[in-house]
Design a binder for this molecule. Sequence first.
Ligand code: ADP
Length: 516
Amino acid sequence: MSTLIGSAITLLRGESGVFAVSNEAFDPQSSAEYTLYHLSEEALPALLSYVQEAMQPNVQHPLVVETLPPALAARFGIAQEAAEQQGVECCSLALYDQNGSLGTLYFLRLATLRSCFEDHGAESAGTRTDETLLHFIAQLTAGLRFALRSQALVKEQGRLAAIFQHSTEGILTVDNALRIIDFNPAMERLTGWRENEVLGRFYFKVLRPQDRQGNDLRLEESPILQAFAGQEVVNREMVICARDGQRFTVAVTASCVRNARGETMNGILNVRDLTRERQQEEQRSTFISVISHELQTPIAIIKGYASTLARTDSRLDARALRLRLVAIEEEADRLNKLVGNLLYASRIQAHGLQMDIASLDLEHLIRKMIRRLHAKAPDVEVSLSFPPQLPTVMADQERIEEVIQNLLDNAVKYSPGKPHIDVACFATGEEVIVSVSDHGMGISVREQEQIFNRFHRVGEPLAQPTPGAGLGLYICRAIVEAHGGRIWVESTLRQGSTFLFSLPREEKAQLPMVVF
Ligand code: ADP
């Protein structure tokens, strides 16, 4: 573009100038609308506002020449002496062809100069000169149109490359022999293959697709071949194979690029991983069934006992009456806890939980909580272990109490028989660590990775003998991490579990930690 404009202005004997694309012709947002030649960016607005006021060139008068006031000429960088001696002209040349107007070339030149397209004898004016100028305009317009198109193509190519690179969906393209020619980063993440390992390979061999029943797809069932044959392949579910042999369900959309003769040139396959969507669907339905189950059980118990107590003919002694009232209270507590946990979980998701951070003595807090536990469940054995000078931490006491309470409740809940719990605290250079151990049923290594996820319960959620919605540990992790700490579990199946969490020591805590 710049070369074309520069040589055009030189041929027209101009010193400097600018080519302005007419808005209708090209993308009006394009920053390449103006191509400058020997004209500074600062001078451009002044020149544009001058030419806007001046006469505009058109098809009948493609070249308009006006004399520029000397004061303005200096602003456009024309040497003052030459400008004063010879005068300066501002010329506007309309650029158009059979496709319409492309834009205008504005240029500045010394008034004594004429280009080879204009300075012929007066008798030839309007004939030969005009014709040469028209040829020049036609050629320049064709050249500029071509240059603008290639500029737009380069931009488009960049945009497509960015979409290809940053798409969260896997995209692969193949040639018409179904050999891979592009494999985007999302596809690399999905399959574990690097692009350079698969380029040139038969795409069917790389993905090894199967139908949902696990049968290998035959070549004629290949989505790209079907797209080549003109069939519509949109969001078709299938199972593909990753580099490590792992299989997972995806939805694929295939399309093809044809040349002008309608022959297929490339096939494109969009691949969307459905694993996460499936997990979310599963989580949603588990959530509804677990929550309804967890709500129904205490409601049924409360209703049962309440209607017994309400019967006018019921003659219960004081002990029986008390047992029923205690049961109602316990079930109401259970309901309360469940609703509280649900609220907590939704606030964590909405990032709207406020924390009230202050210096906290964990030993004092834990001893208080164990006294409370003993008052409620005297048969639970607890042994405590604290170092002589346990450092304080910066924490929200209520929230940390919530964490410890959840761990204690679980230690009791998941210990068949008479529970024995060990609670210990110890300090490292950076943190204070709290551990809650039980000698209960333990958790398999595979499950240990999952139990901190929302609604995750070991085994079939609805077949659980112990009540719970799989929210407690999720909430614990959110609270601990919001304090800048960690939470983890060490467990052996059928031997017991130790849950540990850490909090930064008071002097190491990064304040303020207010919201998560
Ligand atoms: P809930 O106990 O309400 O189901 P949690 O999030 O507290 O939810 O626990 C998630 C799952 O982790 C539990 O359902 C249980 O399967 C397992 N779990 C938690 N604590 C223990 C423990 N101390 N011993 C064995 N399993 C546990």
